[in-house]
Design a protein around this ligand. Structure first.
Ligand SMILES: O=C(O)CCC(=O)C(=O)O
Ligand SMILES: [Fe+2]
Length: 269
């Protein structure tokens, strides 16, 4: 097909997707305004949801005792050396090591995956039923890797939570984000229509984010800190310039189906 025809088709496809996303975004925004109160939240829970709405992310330090987080980190680090098919990535050479559905290895992590407080916050923020789709262990290494680009996971409202298993500071890649950026709808509309050549449409280059990188906030916090965020906001994991960083990520979905079942998974104990 001729190049101009191809790019016209791409723009048309992008435009359709953009309209669908933005209508859906607006719908959940209205729902969020009129349905606040339908889930009973105490004052603390209300303030969590308000922080998410305003600032895109926040942290609760000492959600777990630091010792517990470090113990889980060490238990999981022991798997790096084991030659198991469900341990994805090699800590010596790769950018990261991951284990999907990690509560199969350490059953006490089920409590975190199905933590009623986190799921309640997810439901209150997403304005739809919210469940855990997967608990994933991720160990980010200092091995050379691609630049960590600013991105959104989706152009919709999307709650995610993360547990720091390491003390995190600028040396080992704090979760970094532009507060309130999930509300930059004009910016996202332009981006969705324009699309990307090399990467997915959800990834931004330096020029695109140049006017607000100076607003970036980095969550530096001790092991045991719980992060909650809207990954529809502009964010990145900052690079591990000095040390590695281990985290647990809870992926939230609108139904009870487990995600990533096609990956190599640990056996259930
Ligand atoms: O590693 C991080 O801090 C950010 C990861 C990320 O982009 C995400 O969880 O969506
Ligand atoms: Fe992300």
């Amino acid at each position: 097909m001729h190049n101009t025809q191809l790019s016209k088709n791409n723009i048309l496809r992008n435009l359709k997707l953009c309209v669908k996303n933005e209508l859906s975004y607006a719908y959940y925004n209205i729902r969020s305004k009129i349905s606040s109160g339908s889930i009973k939240l105490d004052l603390y829970e209300q303030s969590c949801v308000t922080q998410l709405k305003q600032n895109s992310a926040f942290v609760i330090e000492n959600y777990w005792p630091r010792e517990k987080a470090l113990r889980i980190r060490d238990q999981l680090a022991a798997y790096h050396e084991r030659n198991e098919p469900y341990v994805l990535g090699d800590a010596k050479v790769d950018e990261w090591v991951r284990i999907y559905h990690v509560e199969r290895l350490i059953p006490e992590l089920k409590e975190f995956r199905y933590d009623p407080f986190i799921l309640k916050m997810a439901e209150a923020y997403n304005c739809m039923p919210s469940f855990s789709g997967a608990l994933v262990y991720q160990h980010d290494t200092t091995n050379a890797h691609e630049k960590s680009y600013y991105h959104v996971d989706t152009f919709l409202r999307q709650f995610k939570s993360m547990m720091y298993l390491d003390d995190v500071d600028v040396g080992n890649g704090p979760f970094s984000y532009i507060p309130g950026s999930h509300r930059k709808r004009d910016f996202f509309i332009k981006k969705q229509i324009k699309g990307n050549n090399k990467y997915k449409n959800t990834v931004f280059d330096d020029k695109e984010v140049s006017s607000f990188v100076n607003e970036e906030k980095q969550i530096c916090a001790p092991a045991g800190s719980l992060l909650m965020m809207d990954v529809g906001a502009i964010h990145r994991g900052a690079p591990q310039s000095e040390r590695s960083r281990s985290v647990l990520m809870n992926y939230i979905v609108p139904n009870k189906n487990d995600l990533y079942l096609h990956k190599k998974l640990p056996p259930s104990i």
